[in-house]
Design a protein around this ligand. Structure first.
Ligand code: ADP
Ligand code: MG
Length: 257
């Protein structure tokens, strides 16, 4: 108790930086890290989650502080929310009016805030489902763009509804970004996620990923966060990661189980 009051005193006088606290391991406690209430409600009341999984606890805390990240954890350990939570918070932080649905600015397919790349259509659709649950009541518009679907229809949906967060396969995203008629762009991209990076390279998407990186605004123009998630980290994933993350603002997260 006395230590607490001493540090409170020091803080009041501005002598010390705020006392660092234990990492948050429950979704309901994310308010301590300043996470938007609507996101917390979606996670707890909407989706019914309570305790974070190991990779979620290890990744969400530093990612909320803006750090780039390479995270390794086995399949089925909850990696999707480990990146969705910090990405959504970042999108909401910069656009607080998004949360006020009555007063919401029009979302645009030419101003995408976050891009999540997934190696297959099925995985992208699964991420899209989870992302829409999380987006409920936040005003964030989530779209998916995958191969094997009618491009025109998907585009018309994006133009009509807007797009804040895009979940895509690399081939289709590359196609959209390189087609000026598609009116898909991300000049103010705030977050870029590569999910299942090992599978992405196995499927042979490294050229597409490079092209996508080249069509996005350079990191100097926008403060963009890059998160790379993978079940395994073979040499080619290390190489890709090194070309993507900011070496001075980067965390490597690895779960043991
Ligand atoms: P991964 O991407 O690591 O393979 P997923 O993100 O697909 O794992 O999650 C696997 C399963 O675990 C999903 O059914 C998801 O709903 C569930 N899940 C994720 N996080 C939690 C949690 N904190 N508590 C309980 N179940 C969770
Ligand atoms: Mg996954």
């Amino acid at each position: 108790y006395s230590t607490q009051s001493a540090s409170a005193q020091a803080n009041r006088e501005g002598e010390f930086a705020p006392v660092s606290s234990a990492p948050v391991t429950r979704f309901s406690e994310l308010s301590r890290l300043g996470v938007n209430t609507r996101l917390i409600e979606a996670l707890t009341r909407g989706m019914g989650y309570d305790a974070m999984t190991e990779v979620q606890a290890m990744a969400i805390n530093p990612a909320l502080k803006g750090s780039d990240m390479v995270a390794q954890a086995k399949t089925g350990t909850g990696k999707t929310l480990a990146f969705l939570v910090p990405v959504f918070q970042r999108v909401l932080m910069d656009q607080p009016d998004l949360a006020d649905i009555r007063n919401r600015r029009r979302s645009s397919s030419e101003n995408i805030r976050a891009i999540i790349l997934s190696p297959t259509r099925e995985l992208a659709e699964q991420i899209g489902v989870e992302a829409r649950k999380l987006a409920k009541n936040t005003g964030i518009v989530v779209q998916t763009a995958v191969g094997g679907t009618r491009k025109r229809e998907a585009l018309q949906k994006m133009w009509r509804e807007g797009c804040d967060v895009l979940v895509a396969t690399p081939g289709r995203l590359n196609d959209l970004l390189s087609d000026p008629g598609a009116r898909v762009a991300a000049p103010k991209l705030q977050a870029f996620v590569l999910d299942e990076a090992d599978r992405m390279l196995d499927v042979g998407f490294s050229d597409e990923i490079r092209d996508i990186q080249n069509s996005l605004p350079s990191k100097n123009e926008v403060e963009r966060q890059t998160l790379l998630f993978s079940a395994t980290i073979p040499r080619d994933v290390v190489h890709l990661a090194k070309s993507m993350v900011r070496p001075d603002n980067f965390q490597f997260v690895q779960t043991i189980k």
